[in-house]
Design a protein around this ligand. Structure first.
Ligand code: THU
Length: 148
């Protein structure tokens, strides 16, 4: 990926999509609502929200849901950027930025490596948007490239 190239997705648009997705979170157990938005090089977006389960450990994070939606639509790679936002119901985006959990970092890496990109991850908090490359969140990642 050419890191100097202009992005097809606008940061604030992607964060706004993640915030809207958080509004669909099913989080009756934690009360913590998360939204994620994936931005692709053709300018399209795919969103996800967390989906909890009465068997708590089966909870799906917003980022994982978004990747599952995208890949089940046939998307493979072209992942330019990801926005994540979360918080208690009625207070999404309040407080510190939410960074993707370890499992979600791995799940995002699968989709990203298929297209050879290292997407920007925008973690939106109340006072700052933390911007990191996926490779910084998950250095030396194991992915499909290792099996090719
Ligand atoms: N959660 C996410 O959706 N994404 C993350 O990266 C961190 C955590 C969800 C899982 C659970 O439903 C709630 O936040 C509290 O952990």
């Amino acid at each position: 990926m050419d890191r100097g190239a202009a992005l097809s997705v606008d940061r604030d648009t992607l964060i706004a999509a993640a915030r809207t997705a958080a509004g669909q979170a099913y989080a009756p157990y934690s009360g913590f609502h998360v939204g994620a938005a994936l931005g692709f090089s053709d300018g399209s977006l795919v969103t996800g929200s967390n989906v909890e389960n009465a068997s708590y450990g089966l909870t799906l994070c917003a980022e994982t849901v978004a990747v599952g939606k995208a890949m089940s639509e046939g998307r493979r790679g072209a992942l330019e950027a990801v926005a994540v936002i979360g918080g208690k119901a009625g207070a999404v985006g309040v407080g510190a930025p939410v960074t993707p959990c370890g499992r979600c970092r791995q799940v995002l890496t699968e989709l990203a490596q298929l297209g050879g990109t290292d997407p920007l991850i925008w973690c939106a908090g109340e006072e700052e948007v933390l911007e990191l490359r996926l490779s910084a969140l998950l250095p030396h990642a194991f992915g499909p490239a290792n099996l090719g």
